[in-house]
Design a protein around this ligand. Structure first.
Ligand SMILES: Nc1nc2c(ncn2[C@@H]2O[C@H](COP(=O)(O)OP(=O)(O)OP(=O)(O)O)[C@@H](O)[C@H]2O)c(=O)[nH]1
Ligand SMILES: [Mg+2]
Length: 435
């Protein structure tokens, strides 16, 4: 029998209410042994005192019972809604642990049970985790769509298509004396080619969904003293990086997360690029270059009144660079087609934010077709593609069938139609306790 698990479902700390959730075959034991409620009516909140196993009062709480199978986990679930105080939650958890068959939940264990009991597929579970983690409006929308099954629908459709093709081929293998009609085998190949093209299109989405989930990476790059840290502070609207007139001030990469029109962005301030014999600065320069390389967008800053800038854009994709002239406040002629700002006075920064906003929206905005959101999805789809390609070149029908079976398996791993302990362990280790 499964253990009955419990965990706080709300963040610990002072609050009006704190919820502790209990799930498992013996969940009602908690109601029997710690409250005065008898035979709770399903899904109906009832007010009760809550006490320790030996009768000492803990708090007053609302108790709700969700009987299996129509609960979040698919098991019997009980919620204790107490007042939100650390001491209350602490003693409540402490007492629950004493009940036979009860133990604290592991990370993501409630959701994992929901998946195992067929209440939701893996992509929906991931969507739920992303919804809780969403920091910006667009992330929330993407996560909600995934939680509601938008990705699962696509993968299950493809899975179904493959199953159909396979069923037909297996029937053929079972009755080999029957000639495989040319038009039918052509139809199978067409189906595989069509599916392959659909998956290809889905994969070539510029990593839109993954970037929206993780945040678009922006790096501020340029010569020492160009004003990179000043710009960083202005974008962040707080004092995150040290600004000084000494060239070579910034060494480490400093990051801030920003919400630009509902899109998540991670801005990195970096060391000024120059040749230097100083060991620590040289490491900073190396990190700056690496960051520029990885970034989705580079703000290339130049000191407008400096001599000619010696730094070069080091073979970066010009598409991802916005060249910017800084210290506009010190220069009179600015009609040269360059983008001018002053990190010091704020001149031009709104226009720059607008420009960045457009870029970000262009790269991350949700499309009608939902995008995959995790490397895990991408890897499984790439694996599926390999098997589809291989199936089209298979010399014998048996080998072709085997390839298609493997392709179907790869798809099944995304939604959880194919489940292994390891797969579930990896996915749910990123969840919080209580989810
Ligand atoms: N007048 C004026 N001075 C600026 C502006 N932006 C930055 N500065 C000054 O330029 C100097 C260098 O600024 P930082 O922001 O530290 O430059 P940085 O590019 O981060 O420099 P490193 O970290 O050394 O690479 C400081 O004295 C700033 O006050 C600007 O728009 N106008
Ligand atoms: Mg700096």
């Amino acid at each position: 029998m499964n253990a009955t698990i419990f965990a706080p479902a709300t963040a610990l700390g002072k609050a009006g209410v704190a919820v502790v959730r209990i799930s498992g075959p013996q969940a009602l034991q908690a109601v029997d042994q710690m409250t005065s409620v008898q035979n709770p009516i399903p899904r109906k909140a009832v007010l009760s005192e809550v006490h320790t196993l030996d009768g000492m009062p803990i708090d007053e709480a609302l108790i709700i019972f969700f009987p299996m199978p129509n609960s979040f986990t698919g098991e019997n679930v009980v919620e204790f809604q107490t007042h939100g105080g650390r001491a209350i939650t602490a003693i409540l958890l402490n007492e629950l642990a004493k009940i036979d068959g009860f133990r604290p939940a592991e990370r993501g264990e409630f959701t994992r049970r929901a998946v195992e009991n067929g209440k939701m597929d893996l992509t929906a579970a991931e969507g739920l985790a992303d919804l809780i983690d969403a920091e910006t409006e667009q992330q929330r929308r993407q996560a909600l769509r995934q939680m509601n099954g938008a990705l699962a629908q696509i993968y299950e459709r493809w899975h179904g298509d493959l199953k159909h093709v396979l069923a037909w081929m297996e029937a053929y293998i079972d009755f080999p004396e029957e000639e495989i009609p040319d038009n039918v085998s052509a139809e199978v190949r067409d189906k595989i080619i069509f599916l392959k093209e659909e998956i290809e299109k889905h994969l070539n989405d510029g990593r839109r969904g993954e970037r929206l989930r993780d945040g678009l990476q922006i790096a501020i790059i340029g010569a020492p003293n160009a004003g990179k840290s000043s710009l960083m502070n202005r974008l962040a609207q707080r004092d995150v990086a040290i600004v000084s007139s000494t060239a070579g001030t910034t060494r480490d990469v400093i990051e801030v997360r920003l919400d630009i029109n509902g899109y998540p962005v991670i801005v990195a301030d970096t060391a000024g690029l120059r040749d230097t014999a100083e060991e620590i600065e040289a490491e900073g320069v190396r990190r700056a270059k690496a960051r520029a390389e990885e970034a989705d967008l580079v703000l290339w800053l130049t000191d407008a009144n400096g001599l000619k800038d010696e730094t070069e854009t080091q073979g970066l994709d010009p598409e991802k660079i916005i060249p910017i002239m800084n210290k506009a406040d010190q220069v009179s002629s600015q009609n040269d087609g360059n983008f001018w700002i002053s990190a010091k006075t704020g001149q031009g920064v709104d226009a720059l934010l607008k420009k960045i906003g457009k870029y970000v929206e262009d790269k991350l905005s949700m499309q009608e077709e939902p995008s995959l959101t995790r490397l895990r999805h991408r890897s499984a789809l790439e694996e599926c593609m390999e098997f589809l390609k291989s199936s089209l070149n298979a010399p014998e029908i048996e080998l072709m069938t085997e390839d298609l079976r493997m392709a179907m398996r790869a798809l099944g791993k995304i939604t959880g139609q194919v489940q292994t302990e390891e797969l579930l362990d990896v996915i749910f280790k990123d969840f919080c306790i209580g989810k």
